[in-house]
Design a protein. Structure first.
Length: 176
């Protein structure tokens, strides 16, 4: 490879010597460099982030309040059935699950008329059994609030009812 070099270039390379600068050049160079950030990174200062989080909390609270106050008295009475079965020691996930069960149950109850009488009776019996199981699970959790198995039993029972209601909802939508 040395044979491929221009002889003048070889001489120039041979005369190169390392020399140290009179002073340290890095401080001047460092001042001119911008900090590197990955592409697409947005720099947000903490006051801006704090203001955004406060705005997000305020909007979420206002939206939740609006949605909750829109319910009519009849809807409140119906949704209180399963939610009242959830004890005061429930966690937020169980409360959300109970609300989802109530909302879906209200929607499905209106479509039960599409089913034949035998299927309607079976569905009603199944939902009643699940309501009883939820009440038992809630009573168990109330009796032993520190028992994680009781909380898990309530959550799994609510999920089972939600799954039955989802299946029923999809079946009644297919028949329409």
């Amino acid at each position: 490879m040395e044979n491929d070099l221009d002889p003048r270039l070889g001489d120039a390379i041979g005369r190169l010597r390392d020399t140290h600068p009179d002073q340290d050049l890095w401080p001047k160079i460092a001042k001119q460099l911008e900090p590197r950030r990955p592409r697409g990174t947005v720099l947000v200062r903490w006051p801006t982030a704090l203001a955004a989080s406060i705005a997000l909390v305020a909007v979420s609270a206002a939206g939740t309040s609006y949605i909750m106050h829109r319910q009519t008295q009849g809807e409140k009475a119906i949704s209180a059935i399963v939610v009242s079965a959830v004890p005061p020691t429930f966690n937020a996930n169980d409360a959300a699950l109970a609300r989802a069960v109530n909302e879906l149950e209200k929607a499905v109850t209106g479509t039960l008329g599409q089913l034949d009488p035998e299927a309607r009776a079976t569905v009603t019996k199944t939902l009643t059994m699940l309501d009883d199981a939820i009440a038992q699970a809630a009573a168990r959790q109330t009796a032993t609030p520190d028992d994680p198995r009781a909380a898990k039993f309530l959550t799994s029972t609510l999920r089972k009812k939600l799954q039955v209601l989802r299946t029923l909802s999809s079946l009644t939508q297919q028949q329409s």
